[in-house]
Each structure stands twice: as C-alpha cells, then as structure tokens.
Design a protein around this ligand. Structure first.
Ligand code: X51
Ligand code: ZN
Length: 686
C-alpha cells in the first residue's frame, strides 16, 4: 500500500511559559530552554522549513480522562490560581515534579500537540512526525504527577488512537533513559498496546527505584508478553548497546506484533553528556533507531519528546530524529560495534523472560541469569575498569558541573562536524538502468543516462580485454558501472542496474570501488552465484543467502553462507535480517553495499525489499543493487524500497521454520567473536 509522505513538526513556544520557581536540585534541569534550543537547532539545519507545520491545540478534559481521574485533573486545574507557597505544597505531594501557574495550560497543550500529531499521521496528511512538547508525560499516572510529568501524553495518544481509529495493535517505544512506569501501569493488562522501554536501572538503585522496572515485568493477565523492559545495570551504555537491544529484543518482537501505529516516548537523556543518564550514545544513534521504526506500521511513526537535559546533546539528537523522519540518508554510526557484557546480560534476560510469548524467541535459552557465575562477575568488574578508561565514556559522561558540560559541548561540536558535513544532503534518489518502463517507477527514480561507450571500453579493457568483445555483456557492464559511478560520486544515494552477467558485473563493480578508494564493501548475494573474489584482506565481506547447503564452503569471517529456506507466502526472513545480517553488517561498518540478485534465489520479493530497507542505515544509505536479467520483475519493488516511497508490505507474520532459527543460532555462535553485534547471550563470553 502506498505510503503518505511528509513529516509533521508540532511545536508552540507557549509550552516554554512555565518553569521552576524555587530551589529543587532534582527538578532544576527541566527548563524551558530545552524546547527553545531544540527548535533553534532544527532551524539551524534548515529542517523546520522541510516539515509540515501542524498547529497545537489544548487536550480536552475528556481526552485527558482517557488516562487520568477527574479528581487528579481537578487538582492540576486548581494550580493555575495558586501562589508559590501553595504550588510548593501541591508539588510535595508527588515525586520529583513541580507546578507553576502555567503548568496546566502547557500540560494541556502537550496533550493536544500529541493528538494533533496522531491525527495528522492517521489521516494520511503526513507519513510521520515529531511533537516537541513539555511537560513530558511517561511517568505520570492516573492519580499522580511524577518525574516532571503531568499528563501522560503518549498513553493518552494510544488510548485516543484505539478509540478514534479502531486500532488494535499499537507499539510504544520509550528510549528515554528513565522507565516510563506511568505507561507500563496503563497498559500492563492490554495486549493491544506493546510497551518497550530501556532505562538506567543499576539493580533498582536508580530512580524511580521500582522492582517492576526489571526485565521480568512482562505484563499481566491478557497483557503478558506485551511489556518489555530492558534495564541497564551500568552507566556508559552506548551506540552498540542500544543497537543490540533493537536487533535482539525490540525489532524481532515488533515485526511479529505487526503494529498499525508507532508512538515513540522520545527522550534524549539516554544520549551522551546527559547528567541524568550518564550514557554515551551519540546523536546519530537516534537516526538509526528512528530508521528501524520507520520500516514498521507502513512508516506511521509519531515521536513525542520526553526527557533530555543536556541542551546541546538534546538538540542534536532531536535534529537527527527529524532528519531521518524526512528520509535523509543516515550518517555513519560511530564507536566500536561491540555491546558490553552487562548490556548483553540484560538483553539475554529479557529475551528469556519473553520466550513463552513470542515465536521469534521460542528457541532461546530458557533460563534468565538471575546471578551470573562468579567468573562472569569477575569479567564484568574487569570490563568496568576497562570501560572507565574508555575516553568517550570517561571524558564526556555528563555531570552537572559546568566545565564537564562545556567539555561535552566541545566534544559534540567536533563530533557532529565529522558525521554531518562531509555527507552533503545527497538526494535520496536511485539511478536505474533497465528495460522496465520509467513510468512504473517511483518519481524519485532517475532513469540513468548511459555512460559513454568509449570511456567505458577503456575502463573495461583495463580489467579484462576479451570481455569487451561480447556486446551484451559489455552493455550490462556499462549499466552497472554507470550507476555505481553516480553513487560513488554522491550524485545519488543508491541505484539498481540490470545485468545479463550479474556475477562478472559485480566483480568489476568491486574493483571499481577499490580503485575509487573504498575500504570495505558489504556484498550480499541472493541466489546461487559464483563470484571469484579475493576475500582475505577484509575489503569485501561476502554474505551468500542461498537455498542449498553450501557443503564445500566453510564460513569464515569474510565469507558467510546463510542457508535460508523460505516458501511463498510465509514471511519470516526478517528474523535472519534482524538477528544475523544487520548485526554482522553493523559490526563490519561498510562504506558501500552491493546486493546481487541472481537466478533461483530462495528469497521472495518481500524479503528482498525488507533487506534493502533495513540495510539503508549503513554506509550513509549507499546501496547498489545488481539484478540478473532473469529477475527483472523485482526491479519495481526494489526501486520503491530504495527510494523509500513505501515500506514493503511484509504481510502477516509466520514463524520461521525451526531449521531456519537453528541456522541463525549456529552461525551466531560460530561468528560472534568476529562480529560482536551478534552477541545476545553471555554464555561462551570470552
Ligand atoms: C521525563 C523524564 O523521564 O526525563 N523525567 C525524569 C525525572 C527524573 C527525576 N529524578
Ligand atoms: Zn528521562
């Protein structure tokens, strides 16, 4: 189904008109400047003008009472006319929250802004969007304000969307560094709302200090399995820990859940420099997290601001989120792609706790590790010492004192220049050369002008003189190199080329890449194809997805054969993509990706489109697809996937065959020392 287009931005500076009026060290980080600096940075990157502006409105009392009691609503309403003394007294009735005469007005605007965003997405006026609001919402409860939150914006939005649009499956992803217990309480018995949250926990030593924030809070009654908590028991968690939690927990379950709408409790205190979170994930990580969520629910993603208290880190991460919602190419993710022992232990525990409820986890180890063996405990202590010397973690993990904050500012300035400016906002378009009529393709696809023959002949004859003779092969080569050239020169982001000799064309393309100076190319071959490649130096990572057992080929670090048996109609290849291909690809950090589609492939059009969509987070979204001319009917759907005009309809979930799951586990066990993003259990941790 075609997807709507456009990104809504919902913001009104009236939500900056309340602040803390007295001394309270726990609340003084929640300041109006959080919205102002985020909005300024969005303007700085020219993102505001690219969004569709939707006005805010007040949430009505009826909408607020979808979650809150009328008594609580009356208490909040009564604060409008209070003096400072009375405001302090009301605030002391709750944990970590303050009131101001304008709080009620702003809290209603935050609810209304969120519902305006849901309406804009559900009506098809836009595809996705972000609401920049305060006060935040995810801690507030039926009868209580909590943790700077007054009305639970995202919980109200979920109840609203169920009632107004008859939705039956809503996914809430809460990447704020605090546990949104308010949301968990509202939906813990509700199987129509899947709540996923990670949060700083430190074995219940971190606020809000709740036993029910741990991984074994899986939901109650009919809601069992629909509440996923990923507790972080150490600070300093970074990009690789967050991505691993997506690959091995959220995404497999989310694809199985098949949500109709994604609501994001989009808190950025989980980002680097934040005094609350003390984590080290850099702004571009939120671009990748957003990108993955956009492959679900036909791209209907509503991001609603929650926390985030380091103004520079918050602003950059907000911009990364909006930039991705606008479908810009993603910046390269930075840092070592290896989740830490503590993160992997949490990931393993939540997977084990949810094993009874999700088919994608049915072959997992049953036993959560309530206490690690002494050996792993020692390993963890040792690792702690090692990471505490890690410059990024040590240097910029936020503290409230100002010189640390200034150091973080400087780190972020230099970091953002590195990842943002070399990558000009390349048009997300695709070059294509094929017999398929241009009108069948998305408008963003340019039909490639042919490379001039003479130029090509010299290029080809440099490689392989006798190939020049065969006209048809030469034309194929021309297609592939012409499209590749545009990608390498950053004229387009990605491209498709049809070839009668896909394997030879790919060999040439790879040589052209290395002549151009690329260091690492991920080459994924779908179907049977013999590529004569030199795989020893690590400049190519070849992954072959094929039907039959590749007996002669043993898997090595740079040559992996994934046997996948998929029959028509069953759609479960994403377990392989999420649980294996993406973790390996993110560990490898390629400069470019080449997907080669050959004859008698074992993957259907959905699986290939999904693979193309999910891989776009890598290599600044630079993908070349080489299609053997026998597979020409794929071109249209692959072009759609590449140009992002629609997320392929993945159809209803069907559990993968057991041998497919076991194949992934076998490969993971075999390669997790080489490609550390594969880690999702602490056994065999050496
Ligand atoms: C929205 C939020 O999750 O960032 N609130 C955090 C409150 C922390 C109180 N110690
Ligand atoms: Zn927070």
């Amino acid at each position: 189904p075609a997807m709507a287009s456009g990104t809504a931005l919902i913001y009104d500076d009236e939500m900056t008109s309340y602040k803390l009026l007295w001394d309270d060290p726990e609340c003084d980080i929640e300041v109006p400047e959080r919205l102002l600096s985020s909005y300024e940075q969005l303007k700085h990157y020219h993102l505001v003008e690219r969004c569709i502006h939707v006005p805010v409105r007040e949430g009505t009392e009826e909408e607020i009472m979808l979650v809150h009691s009328s008594e609580y609503l009356e208490v909040v309403k009564s604060t409008q006319t209070m003096n400072e003394e009375e405001l302090r007294r009301v605030s002391e009735n709750y944990d970590a929250v303050y009131f101001h005469p304008n709080t009620y007005r702003c809290a209603k605007l935050a609810v209304g802004a969120t519902l305006q965003l849901v309406d804009s997405v559900m009506s098809g006026k836009v595809c996705n969007g972000m609401a920049l609001v305060r006060p935040p919402g995810h801690h507030s409860q039926r009868n209580a304000a909590n943790g700077f939150c007054v009305f639970n914006n995202v919980a109200i939005a979920a109840q609203y969307a169920k009632r107004r649009y008859g939705l039956q499956r809503i996914l809430i992803v809460d990447w704020d560094v605090h546990h949104g217990q308010g949301i968990q309480y509202v939906f813990e018995e509700d199987p129509s709302v899947l709540y996923y949250s990670w949060h700083r926990y430190e074995h219940q030593q971190f606020w809000p200090l709740l036993r029910e924030s741990d991984y074994d809070a899986v939901g109650q009654g009919k809601g069992k399995g629909f509440n996923l908590n990923v507790p972080w028991n150490k600070v300093g968690m970074g990009n690789s820990d967050y991505l691993a939690a997506f690959f091995h927990v959220l995404l497999p379950v989310a694809f199985e859940f098949v949500p109709e709408l994604i609501l994001v409790s989009s808190g950025y205190d989980s980002g680097i420099g934040d005094p609350e979170g003390q984590m080290t994930a850099t702004p571009e990580c939120f671009a990748h997290l957003t990108h993955f969520l956009m492959q679900l629910a036909n791209g209907r993603v509503c991001a609603v601001l929650e926390g985030g208290y380091h103004l520079k880190s918050l602003s950059e991460s907000v911009c990364m989120t909006v930039k991705t919602l606008l479908r810009d190419p993603l910046p390269q993710i930075s840092g070592e792609m290896a989740p830490c022992l503590s993160a992997v232990e949490s990931i393993q525990n939540v997977r084990a706790a949810h094993k009874p409820y999700w088919k994608c986890l049915m072959y997992e180890e049953a036993t959560p590790l309530h206490n690690l063996s002494t050996k792993s405990q020692q390993m963890m202590e040792a690792e702690l010492i090692q990471t505490s010397t890690h410059p990024t973690a040590k240097q910029v993990v936020g503290t409230t004192n100002s010189d640390e904050a200034i150091k973080t500012d400087r780190f972020l300035e230099s970091h953002m220049k590195k990842i943002l400016f070399p990558v000009p906002p390349v048009k997300t378009a695709s070059a294509i050369v094929s017999k398929v009529d241009a009108h069948l393709l998305p408008i963003s696809v340019q039909v490639e002008m042919e490379m001039n023959a003479q130029e090509l002949k010299t290029l080809v004859s440099a490689f392989d003189a006798e190939l020049v003779k065969e006209e048809k092969a030469l034309l194929s080569l021309q297609n592939v190199l012409a499209v590749l050239d545009k990608i390498l020169k950053k004229k387009v982001c990605n491209g498709i080329a049809e070839s009668s000799v896909a394997s030879v064309s790919t060999t040439f393309a790879l040589k052209h890449c290395f002549d151009f100076g690329l260091q690492r190319v991920l080459c994924i071959v779908v179907g049977d194809m013999d590529l004569e490649l030199d795989l020893d130096d690590g400049k190519i990572l070849l992954m072959n997805i094929c039907q039959k057992q590749q007996t002669e080929k043993t898997n090595s670090k740079y040559h992996i054969s994934l046997n996948w048996k998929e029959d028509a109609g069953r759609n479960n290849f994403f377990c392989a993509v999420l649980g294996f291909i993406l973790p390996v690809a993110y560990s490898y950090q390629p400069d470019l990706m080449i997907i080669v589609i050959g004859p008698n492939r074992s993957l259907g059009v959905n699986a290939i489109s999904l693979l193309t969509c999910l891989l776009q987070g890598l290599a600044e979204s630079r993908i070349l697809v080489v299609i053997q001319d026998t597979e020409i009917k794929l071109v249209q759907s692959v072009a759609k996937a590449l140009s992002g005009v629609s997320t392929p309809d993945f159809g209803a979930y069907a559990p993968a065959f057991q041998e497919n799951f076991l194949e992934i586990k076998r490969l993971r066990d075999q390669l997790q020392q080489e490609w550390k993003m594969l880690r999702c259990s602490v056994k065999d941790w050496i």
